[in-house]
Design a protein around this ligand. Structure first.
Ligand code: GLN
Length: 472
């Protein structure tokens, strides 16, 4: 076995025992990147020198010490460029680290480089990137999912042992599912968003990818907690996540929302996921069918509320405060702004800015934005109600396995439907885990989604880990 194929927990044991060095581990990842990145386009920049130097100097003090990780190109990393895969930010070098990055550095993590993504995290296929699309390691003709597709593909292809992504409406869980690795969307506020470019501020979460649930728990352990620089992180103690991984689900109540197995969900996906849920039942969990009746409005409310927040957040990219100067500065200030944004933003971003601006404008605010907020409350209440009866919810992550490159590109609404099963948890701010649970007849990975109560990552991880132990 090559070192880059190890899990974080196995690599940590090897590093501690002195079986190999962090430099050897980092070199194994760099070799894999050299071999595979031409095909996958998962990394858009590799900091070979920085990574090797960090590996040479590392002292093994936490489970992440000496562990090479990929970082989505939306995190400010001092010394690196950060572009959110947008032309408008080409050449931008943030002068500071995001909180998650400084925490990873403190734990001794080796930061390998920037991973590809949809522009400003808007997309479900990583095709909306100014660096070109990332390919799915299981089939180069297919998408890795998005928006954190580069992070998902790099972990699934053993280019790194873990990676950071962001999940606003599914951008960690869905690509993890399509690439066949683990993705954990944390509770809104569990991790600090400081220093990560904002997409939709009341939805964004700083969330990790890994090869196993245990590894995801190890990463979360290092990055979770209150940050005075992000007022949405509460002063709530951070539990010991690996202690929750007992492998025991006896007596645990698993809700199976019927909407997650209904319209729009491919039969093979639904049945594979149901097999995993049944296996958990055999291991002693108690299944209960539940319903989230307002979930059918989740996509609609998201594609109103998210663009509203996005358009406000992206207003700062005007070519003066942030963003590149336009090649033609025009006659006056309006020309300047218009040209900077016309040149700098891609099609999907422009579409969302227009939708967002429209739903916030006078006369339409009540009909769209306010209504969407009210419907969000209904979705939250659905979850509150079912979590009075069950400990977690299980269903598929994505309605179908990885689709072909280009397949949904000309049909935004079709692309948005990929988020059908991930957006509800995002609306409610609850944690969700994506764990591989088999393959389609075409050989493509399928993911099981486990959702839990706010700040109850422990139970979500417990169930994911128990499933992995059953699956083997
Ligand atoms: N696919 C969703 C979108 O396009 C989710 C993106 C995300 O979570 N960042 O908005």
């Amino acid at each position: 076995m090559n070192l880059n194929e190890l899990t974080i927990s196995k690599a940590h044991a090897g590093l501690k025992a002195g079986d190999f060095s962090a430099e050897e581990l980092t070199r194994a990842c760099l070799d894999r990147i050299k071999k595979r990145n031409k095909d996958l386009n998962a990394f858009i920049e590799v900091d070979e020198e920085g990574a090797l130097q960090a590996a040479r100097n590392v002292e093994i003090k936490t489970p992440l010490s000496g562990i090479p990780m990929g970082i989505k190109d939306i995190y400010c990393v001092k010394g690196w460029e950060c572009t959110a895969a947008s032309k408008i930010l080409k050449g931008f070098k943030p002068p500071y680290d995001a909180t998650a990055i400084s925490k990873l550095r403190d734990s001794g993590t080796v930061l390998l480089g920037r991973t590809n993504m949809d522009e400003f995290a808007c997309g479900a296929s990583t095709e909306h990137s100014c660096f070109g699309p990332t390919k799915n390691p299981h089939d180069l003709a297919r998408v890795p999912g998005g928006s954190s597709g580069g992070s998902a593909a790099s972990v699934a292809d053993d280019m790194c042992l873990g990676a950071m992504g962001t999940d606003t409406g599914g951008s960690v869980r869905q690509p993890a599912s399509l690439c066949g690795c683990v993705g954990l969307k944390v509770t809104y506020g569990r991790t600090s968003r400081f220093g990560v470019m904002a997409m939709a501020s009341s939805w964004d979460t700083i969330s990790p990818f890994a090869k196993t649930t245990e590894d995801a728990a190890l990463i979360l352990q290092e990055i979770a907690g209150k940050d005075p620089k992000d007022s949405t992180t509460p002063d709530k103690s951070v539990p010991n996540y690996t202690e929750a991984l007992t492998g025991d689900v006896r007596g645990l109540k698993i809700g199976v929302p019927k909407e997650y197995f209904g319209e729009g969900v491919e039969e093979e996906t639904a049945s594979k996921v149901m097999e995993a849920v049944r296996a958990l039942e055999k291991a002693g969990a108690i299944l209960k069918e539940v319903s989230l009746p307002n979930m059918k409005y989740a996509i609609a409310l998201y594609y109103i509320a998210m663009p509203a927040e996005l358009s406000a957040n992206l207003a700062r990219y005007d070519g003066i405060r942030f963003g590149r100067k336009p090649s033609d500065t025009g006659e006056d200030l309006m020309d300047y702004y218009r040209n900077a944004r016309t040149e700098g933003f891609g099609e999907e971003i422009k579409r969302r800015i227009m939708i967002g601006t429209y739903v916030l404008s006078a006369g339409y605010y009540d009909a769209y934005y306010k209504k969407a907020q009210q419907v969000r409350t209904l979705v939250i209440r659905d979850f509150d109600r079912v979590f009075e009866e069950v400990d977690v919810l299980c269903g598929p992550v994505s309605p179908y396995p990885a689709f072909k490159l280009g397949e949904n590109l000309d049909d935004p609404l079709k692309m948005y439907m990929a988020d059908l099963l991930t957006i509800p948890a995002s609306a409610a701010g609850i944690p969700g885990l994506s764990v591989p649970c088999g393959k389609s007849s075409g050989g493509l990975p399928i993911g099981l989604q486990i959702m839990g109560r706010q700040f109850d990552e422990e139970t979500v991880l417990q169930v994911g880990d128990a499933w992995e132990k059953i699956r083997g």
